[in-house]
Design a protein around this ligand. Structure first.
Ligand SMILES: [Zn+2]
Length: 325
């Protein structure tokens, strides 16, 4: 059985489901118990295997679904919200997420249209609409399935610095615009969602703001990592991989990785790779066929970061954006 973390009258019960999910080795959620109050932080993936594992782990810890008093979500991604509907259909309890997560969790029509318009325009602007077709089709599919996917209960909006129980809400955009983490100052516990992982992969996914503009996600990610360093943390509970304690070291590795990726991109631009597709294939080779969406996201994110750092310049050409030193 998993280790239970204890600090005075509080406990954390990890629910770590090992599976290959992209490059990640597990999908995690956590039970946070303070006195008699039981909080579920994140809610895994909606597949039968996860559901079974979740219930078995709960039982092994001596709980059942009816014991959960509330659900907190670190962000809107499907591997963090999977069992919310399943739980609240059995047992009406409050669900909390960051303000910016609400339209995403409700799949409001306005949000979906804005998202689709944004990505169509973005891929066109960067001259990679053809290879991004699959992503756009998948997005359309998601819109069709939105009735099934959306959270069917009321979600209460959280803001930066809100307190919920003994947990402080801290906005950490970068992985997604609606990412938050939860900090228990007294226990020195940090629930980081997907901001930091033990084997740190920096994944700042491109996304848009309320006005439909591309967000500087790599810059946001970097700022959020630096913000993390300001908290005194004993134990880190992440959305994937193992629970860990050496947060500053892991963050330094992540920050170094961001600089490495910036330098690598700048070098490839210097070598004459001008377009997003040229850069993607110069950096990732064959891998682009398998992981196109993630790689485009990274290259677009890093060209924007490199521009802001004054390392590259963009030129608008007929076929899309080109980048030069
Ligand atoms: Zn995740």
């Amino acid at each position: 059985m998993q280790t239970v973390y204890i600090s005075e009258e509080k406990q954390v019960y990890p629910i770590i489901f090992e599976m290959n999910y992209g490059q990640l080795s597990s999908i995690n959620c956590y039970l946070y118990k303070h006195g008699s109050k039981l909080t579920l932080i994140d809610a895994g993936l909606d597949i039968p295997e996860y559901r079974n594992f979740f219930e078995a782990q709960l039982a092994a810890y001596g709980f059942q679904i009816g014991d959960i008093d509330q659900i907190l979500l670190t962000h809107h991604h499907e591997d963090h919200i999977g069992l919310v509907n399943y739980i609240i259909q059995q047992h009406q309890i409050p669900v909390y997420a960051y303000t910016l997560a609400l339209p995403r969790l409700y799949f409001t029509e306005e949000y979906q249209i804005q998202k689709k318009t944004f990505f169509e325009r973005l891929y066109k602007q960067y001259g990679c609409e053809e290879v991004a077709q699959q992503r756009l089709l998948k997005m359309q599919q998601t819109m069709k399935n939105s009735n099934q996917l959306k959270i069917k209960g009321t979600i209460t909006a959280l803001d930066h610095h809100d307190m919920l129980d003994d947990l402080q809400v801290i906005a950490v955009p970068g992985h997604s615009p609606d990412s938050i983490m939860f900090y228990d100052q007294q226990a020195k516990w940090l629930f980081v969602g997907d901001l930091v992982m033990y084997k740190g992969t920096t994944n700042a996914l491109i996304d848009h703001d309320d006005e439909g503009q591309l967000l500087p996600t790599v810059m946001q990610y970097k700022n959020s990592l630096e913000l993390c360093l300001k908290y005194d943390v004993r134990t880190v509970f992440a959305g994937h991989q193992q629970v860990f304690s050496d947060l500053p070291e892991i963050i330094q590795k992540n920050l170094a990785r961001i600089e490495y990726k910036l330098n690598r991109l700048t070098k490839k631009v210097t070598e004459g790779n001008e377009t997003i597709l040229q850069l993607a294939s110069a950096i990732y080779g064959e891998r682009i066929n398998k992981e196109m969406t993630l790689i485009l996201s990274e290259i677009i994110g890093y060209t924007m970061y490199a521009e802001r750092m004054g390392e590259v310049k963009r030129v608008v050409e007929k076929t899309g954006l080109h980048f030069y030193r």
